[in-house]
Design a protein around this ligand. Structure first.
Ligand code: GRF
Length: 203
């Protein structure tokens, strides 16, 4: 059975592209991106979706009186597209409790730091400024907290002596583009089991 995926985005969409590419090259099988939803009208990610014939939707938060109404609209799009799995790929908003409840352990986020360190915005900058010698990225299920959900995969990236935030962020991004598709593949193949906050990878 095909897993229908929705990808929520706000910006350039390089992680969206890595999922598209890994479905097209059949690393991820039996999955389809049914819709890409953005809260930003001119997000480049929407153009990436269109370039691959994927339905793209802009939902303007300012058209809605509050978060609940805005997310109701998102849920309607998810239901209309029979979505099984929601990916947050550079989506810059916290997910509300109704959406989390409807898609418990079916929303996956990519974060550019080794959680639980450096949650929230500008994680690469936070790690760089803190002076850590190792950072990385994390793919995790989304729960009610900010970047707190059960961890699926993490990848370490060393901080080099001559790194700038940009060079570090670029090397982290390369790893994001590997572990995000890897996590999606595991999900689609039914190999992820969530026990409390531990994610078990089944064979
Ligand atoms: C990535 O660094 C991701 O980890 C974070 O937001 C950034 C999105 O980049 N959540 P892109 O839009 O996927 O290129």
């Amino acid at each position: 059975m095909t897993t229908n995926i929705a990808v929520l985005v706000s910006g350039r969409g390089s992680n969206l592209q890595s999922i598209i590419d890994n479905i097209e090259n059949r690393y991820i099988q039996d999955a389809k991106i049914s819709v890409v939803i953005s809260d930003v009208g001119d997000a480049y990610a929407l153009e990436r979706a269109r370039n691959h014939g994927i339905c793209d939707v802009f939902i303007d938060p300012s058209d809605h009186p509050g978060k609940k109404e805005y997310e109701n609209e998102i849920m309607k799009v998810l239901e209309d597209n029979d979505v099984d799995l929601v990916l947050l790929a550079g989506y810059m908003r916290l997910i509300g409790k109704d959406l989390i409840k409807s898609y418990r352990n079916r929303i996956i986020n990519i974060h550019p730091a080794l959680l639980p360190s450096f949650k929230g915005l500008h994680a690469q900058q936070q790690a760089f400024d803190y002076g850590v010698k190792v950072s990385g990225c994390t793919v995790h299920f989304v729960d009610e907290g900010m970047d707190t959900g059960p961890i699926i995969i993490q990848k370490c990236v060393p901080v080099l002596e001559d790194d700038t935030v940009e060079t570090l962020a670029n090397r982290i991004l390369e790893q994001e583009h590997r572990i995000f598709p890897e996590a999606v593949k595991l999900f689609v193949e039914g190999k992820l089991k969530v026990e409390g906050r531990i994610v078990v990878h089944r064979n």
